[in-house]
Each structure stands twice: as structure tokens, then as C-alpha cells.
Design a protein around this ligand. Structure first.
Ligand code: XMP
Length: 508
């Protein structure tokens, strides 16, 4: 049975991958391609097309418009925001600029018996973001929704299956958004049989075809993204993949052996480099956070270079880049190796033909789902973000072996208790850090002068801003008791209540 797919034609809007994701949530395969590439449309034979939003104005000479050929293919088309205006413009309607555009949550009213709005509340909130709008709909179109300032908030020609909405159904603020996507995939006649396992199978097949007998190198951080990318590649090329895992000694307790144990189960060459001492030597006497970060990043590259040289020439380098990273580096541009990558940036000299990024189009939770499909254990798949410089930036001041052991033990207790209490599911990130502060305490009958551990737990979805989580007091109390009793060198436990900004999530 041929695979059914919906094609998203990209006009440069910020939410375009989110559209693809919503379609995948309806169990229909979806890809995003440049709007001007009509050959691709013919080649991919989509069962439906979505025209995205974008920053241009359809009436300007230099604007990007869909080829009118797409309207002759006989497949359902949904235009969103700029895509709606482009549909109106190409099919003979008019679009003009308005003095007062709409931005943000807006009440929208739907009317008539549109299939696109089947089951949708008559009045609901939708996300608007536009300064142009459709003034007259093309011939044979009827208007199916309006807002106070936008009389044509949706229009359609149901005989041709052409639908257009001025608002953004892909954004969570559009309350009925998922229903609209679900209705559209039904209009396209989709079977809805696509699953993450299909993504895994297709990606493995494509990688096999592309790489053939080539040699592939992957820098493993032990995080979710690079692990899932590595396992996908191992399924495709087996022993032609070499994974290099540099243990800089600044990982969480038992993390290095856990990662090693997982990867021993796969048919790949796994090289673990124990470089803990080497990193500690480089960090000796260094207290300034940026210097620490630079030293750790640089040393990582040096170790990786040494191993790569031993392996010899490789054809492909695997990166666990996921979609949010792509947005940062600029969609559509060639792959850029980011300096703030989880493995600290990779060297340029490695002799490879190409970078392979099999997760480039997925969001984090989709990557986790792919990891489960590939048989990775839950504790790896659900791993919270962990910075490339590791515990090096969770130890304020100089990093020593003693301090690493203290923070590892305290963090392990904190994570264990949070997990046992079932609080972990709501938290974006939580960890223990070692303040560089000693204070006076009393243990038994004696005076102590030991370190204070700070506990941090944050709620965030974008990690750019965050608020401190309200951990139940009994959990914090238990953690504090266990840490001061079980971790030598700690006599005080503090909870960090600061949001970001003004603080950051990490301590350095
Ligand atoms: P901050 O401390 O800037 O952290 O609020 C935001 C998020 O980024 C993570 N982080 C890093 N991740 N390499 C990474 O891969 C790094 O150098 C790095 N520094 C911070 C941090 O854990 C949090 O999730």
C-alpha cells in the first residue's frame, strides 16, 4: 500500500514544523518543503497540501506564491494565515493590508456546515497574527468564520476541497485547532495508519540507501537525542558506525556505566574514553564559569580528535540535532555545528563527507517516542536535559574530585526521592548543585564546617524562561535529611526559589 502523506508548503512562518507535527499527531505522515518547489509536489504525490503562514504580503511583486498548478491536482488544500491569503490571491480574491491587524488570542465564530469545522464550538478562541487580510473571497468560495476585525477569518470551496483559515490552528492557544487538523486529514481521506514505528522503519531504510557501506562516526553524550540518533544509525549500518563516548568525569552518578550498558546491546562499535582525570587536571585552580565552560568544551574536542584520528577517515558524522536546534541555527541553511551543542561543538578537521541528522524534523517528545520504538530503556528515553559541561557548571568555584563526588551523591538522592514521590513528571529539570559555601553546623556533639548543597527544580517548556517548582515540603525535607546524613562533607541543604530571569537554570 502506498504511503499517504500530507505536504506542507513552507512560506517562512515560524510555526511550520508545528503544522507537520499536528498532522503526525493525527497519524498521517507529513513533510515540510519549500513552497516554490512544485517539482517536489509532483514527485511526492501528497493526498493533501497545507500552505503555511509567512512574513510576506501576497500583493507585493517579490512575494512567494504557490504555483497555480497545485490547485489543479485535485487534492484538498488548506491555507493557513499567509497561506490562506495566497490561496485567495491566486484564485482571484483580494487581499489588502489593514491598519489594525490582529495579534494574540481572538474570539472566532464559525458558521454554516463546513466539514473543516465539524464538531468545532461555534465560538472559541483562536490565535491570530496578521496585518493583511482577505477582503473578497474568490468565486465559488463561501465565508465560514469571522472575528470582530476580520470578516473573512475562514473561507472554503467544498466542491474543490479548498479551505483557508486566517488564524493558526497549529498553535496551542487555538482551542479547536486539533479538531480542525483532524477534520482536514479526514477530508483528505487519510487512513491514519502512520506511527512512530513507520518513521523509524523509513528512516532506517533511507539511511541504508544513502550511506551504503560508508563509515559513520557519532559523538555520544548519553543524552536522549544523540542516543536515539546513534541507534537509528546502528540499525542502518551496523558495525560501520562507531560511537565515541567521552566520559569527562563530570557526569551524574553511574551515568557513564548506564550509557555503556545500553549501547553494549547494539550492533555497533562503542568506544568509551575515561578522561575524568585529564579534565580535572585542566580545571585545577579555575574558578571563573566561562573559563570552565571553555576548558571543558575544548578538552572534549581534543579527546574526540585523538580518537577520530585513530579510527581514520569517516564518511559521515551523526548529529542528534532536533527541530528546536534547527530553529536556532536557521531553517533552510546548511547544517551548522553549534558551539552550545551538548557535546561542546565538534572539530572541523574530521574527514567526513556529510553530516547526518536523522532527527532534524522531530520535536523532543517525538524523539523520546522514537527512542522507545528502538528499544531504548525508559530511564534513558525520559532523561532530562543535561548540559555538555556537566557537573562542572553545577559546582560553583574550583572543580575537584571530592566536590564531584559530593554533588553526584546529593543529586542521586534528590533524583531518587523526586522519582519515588512521583513529582518528576511535572518537572522540566531538577538537580543538585554544590555551592562554594561552607557554614557551621552540629552533628552529634560536634561542630561541623561543611558545604551547602542547593536543590533546583524548574518548570519551563522553552528553557528560555523558567519558574521554580513548588516541591512538596515533605519531599524536600526527606531529601535534606538524607543528604546531610548520607553525603560526607555536607551539613546544609538549600532550595533555590528563583525564577529565570533573573537567575539562570544552571548555576554557572
Ligand atoms: P541556563 O542555565 O542557561 O540553561 O538557564 C538553559 C538550559 O540549557 C542547558 N544548558 C546547556 N546545554 N550545553 C548544553 O547542551 C551547555 O553548555 C549548556 N548550558 C546550559 C541547561 O541545562 C538548561 O536546560
Amino acid at each position: 500500500m502506498a504511503r499517504e502523506m500530507i505536504l506542507v508548503l513552507d512560506f517562512g512562518g515560524q510555526y511550520n514544523q508545528l503544522i507537520a507535527r499536528r498532522v503526525r499527531e493525527c497519524n498521517v505522515y507529513c513533510e515540510v518543503h519549500a513552497a516554490e518547489n512544485f517539482d517536489k509536489v509532483r514527485e511526492l504525490k501528497p493526498v493533501g497540501i497545507i500552505l503555511t503562514g509567512g512574513p510576506q504580503s501576497v500583493y507585493r511583486d517579490d512575494s512567494n506564491l504557490p504555483s497555480d498548478e497545485i490547485f489543479k491536482l485535485g487534492v484538498p488544500i488548506l491555507g493557513i494565515c499567509y497561506g490562506a491569503q495566497a490561496m485567495a490571491h491566486v484564485l482571484g480574491g483580494t487581499v489588502k493590508s489593514v491598519t489594525a491587524g490582529e495579534y494574540g488570542k481572538t474570539e472566532v465564530e464559525v458558521f454554516g456546515t463546513s466539514k473543516l469545522f465539524a464538531g468545532v464550538e461555534k465560538k472559541s478562541v483562536a490565535w491570530m497574527s496578521h496585518t493583511d487580510r482577505i477582503f473578497t473571497a474568490p468565486e465559488n468560495f463561501s465565508v465560514t468564520a469571522a472575528t470582530k476585525d476580520c470578516p473573512i477569518a475562514a473561507m472554503e470551496n467544498p466542491a474543490k476541497n479548498f479551505y483557508a483559515v486566517q488564524f493558526h490552528p497549529e498553535v496551542v492557544h487555538t482551542v479547536e485547532g486539533m479538531k480542525i487538523f483532524s477534520n482536514f486529514v479526514d477530508i483528505c481521506g487519510c487512513r491514519r495508519d502512520w506511527k512512530m514505528s513507520s518513521f523509524v522503519a523509513d528512516t532506517v531504510a533511507n539511511l541504508k540507501a544513502k550511506i551504503g557501506g560508508g563509515k559513520v562516526l557519532c559523538a555520544l553524550s548519553g543524552g536522549v537525542d544523540s542516543s536515539v540518533a546513534a541507534v537509528l544509525l546502528s540499525k542502518a549500518v551496523g558495525k560501520n558506525l562507531t560511537c565515541v563516548f567521552v566520559d569527562h568525569g563530570l557526569l551524574r552518578k553511574n551515568e557513564a556505566s548506564e550509557v555503556e550498558a545500553v549501547f553494549k546491546n547494539f550492533d555497533l562499535n562503542f568506544i568509551k574514553i575515561d578522561a575524568g582525570e585529564r579534565f580535572l587536571n585542566k580545571l585545577r585552580g579555575i574558578v571563573e564559569p566561562e573559563r570552565k565552560r571553555k576548558i571543558i568544551g575544548e578538552e572534549f574536542i581534543r579527546v574526540f580528535e585523538e580518537v577520530s584520528k585513530k579510527i581514520g577517515a569517516v564518511d559521515y558524522l551523526v548529529q542528534g540535532t532536533i527541530y528546536p536546534d534547527v530553529i536556532e541555527s536557521g531553517l533552510g541553511k546548511s547544517a551548522v555545528i553549534k558551539s552550545h551543542h551538548n557535546v561542546g561543538g565538534l572539530p572541523d578537521f574530521v574527514d567526513f563527507k556529510e553530516i547526518v541528522e536523522p532527527l532534524r524534523l522531530l520535536f523532543k517528545d517525538e524523539v523520546r517516542q522514537a527512542g522507545r520504538e528502538l528499544g531504548l530503556p525508559e530511564n534513558l528515553v525520559n532523561r532530562q536535559p543535561f548540559p555538555g559541561p556537566g557537573l562542572g557548571i553545577r559546582i560553583i568555584g574550583e572543580v575537584t574530585a571530592e566536590k564531584v563526588a559530593i554533588v553526584q551523591d546529593a543529586d542521586a538522592i534528590y533524583r531518587e526521592e523526586i522519582f519515588k514521590a512521583g513529582v518528576d513528571k511535572n518537572l522540566a529539570q531538577y538537580f543538585a548543585a554544590l555551592t562554594n559555601m561552607r557554614s557551621v553546623g552540629v552533628m552529634g556533639d560536634g561542630r561541623t564546617y561543611d558545604f551547602a548543597i542547593a536543590l533546583r527544580a524548574v518548570l519551563t517548556s522553552d528553557f528560555m524562561t523558567a519558574e521554580a517548582a513548588q516541591i512538596p515540603w515533605n519531599v524536600l525535607n526527606r531529601v535534606a535529611n538524607r543528604i546531610v546524613n548520607e553525603v560526607k562533607g555536607v551539613n546544609r541543604v538549600l532550595y533555590d526559589c528563583t525564577s529565570k530571569p533573573p537567575a539562570t537554570i544552571e548555576f554557572e
